[in-house]
Design a protein around this ligand. Sequence first.
Ligand code: SF4
Length: 349
Amino acid sequence: MTARSSVRPIPAIHGGAPVPLPLWRDWRWQLAHRLRTPEALSAALPLTPAERRALAAPAAWRMPLLLTPYTASLLSTLPPSHPLRRAHLPDLREARHAPAEYPDPLGEDAHQVAPHLIHAYPHKVLFLVSRDCATACRYCTRAHLPPCPGCPPPDPDPALRWIAAHPEITDVLLSGGDPLLLPDETLDALLTSLRAIPHVRLLRIGTKVPATLPMRITPALVRILRKHRPLWLSLHFTHPDELTPETKKSLRLLLDAGLPLCSQTVLLRHVNDDESTLRALFENLVLNGVKPYYLHYTDAAQGTAHFRSPIPRGRSLLRALNGTVPGYAIPLFMQDTPGGGGKHPLGPS
Ligand code: SF4
């Protein structure tokens, strides 16, 4: 199941011309050449009739169309029925809003204490430091703050002042968007400012770039992250076929720098809600030095009903894995309380 060969550029990504490997391996080139239109996607991938219908109806999309050339090339090596396509390509069902779905399902706006700073737990804050993601996920919880390619990052100063004035805050989770899309100097300056606040002890970064833009994990970036330890990385993985040689190399770079890695996965109907897929994902994460930490029940975000796999199914999948994979490979099954109020465990038992 796991893709074993390196992801190579498909010429269609670059107007039919071959892409030189030094460009391909440059994360800035990848960001600048993201696929953002139905025309670009149609040129890169053979599409199914349902995908074509969804691409022709952008008003139905809950998220923008946004793929790195790397992700598009990975998808091109997989069959058209592959579940990873559902995670990244528009679907007409996104236009359906089921009862008890919300535009801001975690009630983050109500917990905003400074611009881009969410305070939902007594001792920690969520700091939204970036407005862009490498590749848009169709099931994203923050569709009300969709990735904004090329937008400047938010001004962090008001949030930094709020954290400095609140000594009870010991734990800061950087998210977005994806914090690792910030330029090196910007990220370094931000982490330096946070480290200068005496009561901030733990820094965490939530990111999907090892899966969708692994070339972003450069030696220079790793040196910056290493400098600001203790710093944990919370990596977003969806499917075992994301664990390509490039992704594994990016994980090794992070591990070699002494950065602890854990993962979060959203349980997604017909994407990863089967035993063999979760087994392969969690086992391979452990074998590559990543502790599967959370399996999330899909948040109640508008237009995601087609992704929601029932809670009993998630529980039974984890029970099936229990005892048949290393204990390290079993994540906690969690739900974020709709409307805010934090996470609570759903199982496996
Ligand atoms: S990487 Fe995270 S924030 Fe960005 S689109 Fe995907 S789920 Fe949303």
